[in-house]
Design a protein around this ligand. Structure first.
Ligand code: PLP
Ligand code: COI
Length: 363
C-alpha cells in the first residue's frame, strides 16, 4: 500500500481533542488522510493512503444517477493503555460485502478492508479525540464510477475510507432520552428491496421522513413494515424494548431491517449482562398497549453512531404521545450502555476478542 503523507493545519485537530464533548459534533470533522482503492479489470488495485481530498468523477458516473453506492459505520476507541482499538470492524467488512452483493457490486476481501482501516487510523492517530465519550468514527464506502447512462451495474468502482473524530450522534448523548415518531405515512424498505443493505439510496429515501419527524419534535421515525403491522427499525438504528420482567426484545431481522452489529453484540453479551435478550416480530398495536399498561418499561435504539439511545416518548401525527416508563433513562438501558461502552473503551475485559489494536507501523 502506498502512503502519501501531508499534515494539515493543526487547529482543527486541537478542536477535536480539546473541545468539551458536547461541542464535538458527530461526523463533521475529518482527519488529514483517506484511504482509496480502485476496482478495474475485475480486481482491486491502487491501494493508497492520500491526503483527504476531493474525488474527480465523471458527470455521467453511475453512482450520481442510480445511487450504486454502499457504506459502513464503525468506531475506534482509545483505551487506558493509550492505544487505539477498533471494535468489530471484521463484522462491518462482512456486511459491506453483503451490501455489495445486494447492489451488484464487487466484494472487497475482509482482510484488505481491515488493513485499509487500521493503516489509515495509524497514519492519523494524532487526530484521536481525547475527551471522555468521544471516539473515532470510521466510514468505509464504495461507489461505481463508470460514465454510463444505461441502468446496469458498473464495472469500475472506488473503495474509500474516511475518519471522523466524533462526539455523540444525538447532541445530548446518553444523558437525555430521545423521541420517535410512529407514523404509517413513510416506510423505510420494502420486502425484496435493499433494506438489509447499507445502501446510500436507503438513506436518501429516509430524509423526507426524518424532516417530517422533526416537525413533531421527534429525532427519527420508528418505521413499521409496509403492512403497518410490525415494528421495523428507526432511520439510523435498530429498535429495542424491555418488558417488566427485564427481557430485552429486538425485532427479528428480515430483509427490510439492517442487521445491526450493535444489536448482534448485545444478543451475544446477554450472559455477561445477565439479561434475557430475544428477537421476535413485534406488532405495533400490542407494543402501544403494552407501553400503556406498563408491561413495557423501557425502549430505545441500538447502533454504532447511536450506541444505546433510550426513547422517553413516542409521538403521533395527531399530537398525542406515549411515555415509556417514567420517560427517563431506565436502569436496564443504563446497565447495557455502561457495559457496552465499558467494553468498547477498554474498561471491561474483552473476553470475545472484539477489539483489535491499531499497531504503530506508520506514525
Ligand atoms: N439500522 C440502520 C438503518 C442503520 O443505519 C444503522 C446504523 O448503522 C443501524 C440499524 C445500526 O447498525 P450498527 O449497529 O451495525 O451500526
Ligand atoms: C452508523 O451508526 O454507523 C450509521 O451508519 C448511522 C448513520 C450515521 C447513517
Amino acid at each position: 500500500m502506498k502512503i502519501n503523507l501531508k499534515l494539515k493545519d493543526s487547529s482543527e485537530r486541537l478542536q477535536s481533542q480539546l473541545a468539551p464533548k458536547e461541542k464535538l459534533p458527530f461526523g463533521k470533522l475529518r482527519t488529514d488522510h483517506m484511504f482509496v482503492a480502485d476496482y478495474i479489470d475485475n480486481e482491486w488495485k491502487n491501494a493508497h493512503v492520500i491526503p483527504y481530498s476531493d474525488f474527480s468523477i465523471a458527470p455521467g458516473a453511475i453512482v450520481l444517477h442510480y445511487a450504486q453506492a454502499i457504506f459502513e459505520g464503525a468506531k475506534a476507541f482509545m483505551h487506558p493503555d493509550n492505544e487505539i482499538y477498533t471494535f468489530r470492524v471484521d463484522k462491518n467488512a462482512e456486511r459491506l460485502n453483503i451490501s455489495a452483493d445486494c447492489l451488484c457490486m464487487p466484494n472487497i476481501p475482509v482482510d484488505f478492508q481491515i488493513e485499509a482501516i487500521h493503516t489509515l487510523i495509524d497514519v492519523d492517530r494524532l487526530w484521536f479525540p481525547l475527551q471522555e465519550g468521544a471516539s473515532l468514527y470510521i466510514r468505509p464506502f464504495m461507489f461505481s464510477v463508470d460514465d454510463s447512462l444505461g441502468v446496469h451495474p458498473g464495472a469500475k468502482y472506488k473503495f474509500a475510507v474516511i475518519l471522523s473524530p466524533s462526539g455523540p450522534y444525538y447532541p445530548d448523548g446518553f444523558s437525555k432520552p430521545i423521541r420517535l415518531l410512529i407514523t404509517k405515512k413513510f416506510h423505510r424498505a420494502t420486502p425484496g428491496g435493499t433494506g438489509y443493505a447499507k445502501a446510500a439510496g436507503n438513506y436518501a429515501a429516509s430524509l423526507r421522513a426524518g424532516e417530517f419527524a422533526k416537525k413533531f419534535g421527534a429525532n427519527q421515525v420508528l418505521y413499521l413494515d409496509t403492512t403497518n403491522t410490525y415494528i421495523e427499525e428507526a432511520g439510523a438504528m435498530n429498535h429495542y424494548h424491555i418488558t417488566a420482567d427485564g427481557t430485552v426484545v429486538i425485532p427479528e431481522f428480515t430483509d427490510t431491517i439492517l442487521k445491526s452489529i450493535t444489536s448482534l453484540s448485545i444478543i451475544e453479551l446477554a450472559n455477561e449482562l445477565g439479561l434475557n435478550v430475544i428477537q421476535k416480530r413485534i406488532k405495533i398495536d400490542e407494543f402501544i398497549n403494552d407501553v400503556k399498561a406498563g408491561k413495557i418499561v423501557e425502549a430505545g435504539g441500538f447502533g454504532t453512531a447511536a450506541v444505546i439511545s433510550p426513547v422517553g416518548e413516542y409521538v403521533f401525527e395527531d399530537g398525542t404521545s406515549l411515555t415509556v416508563g417514567n420517560g427517563q433513562i431506565g436502569p436496564i438501558s443504563k446497565k447495557i450502555y455502561e457495559y457496552y461502552t465499558g467494553l468498547q473503551y477498554g474498561k471491561i475485559k474483552d473476553k470475545k476478542g472484539w477489539l483489535k489494536k491499531v499497531e504503530r507501523k506508520h506514525a
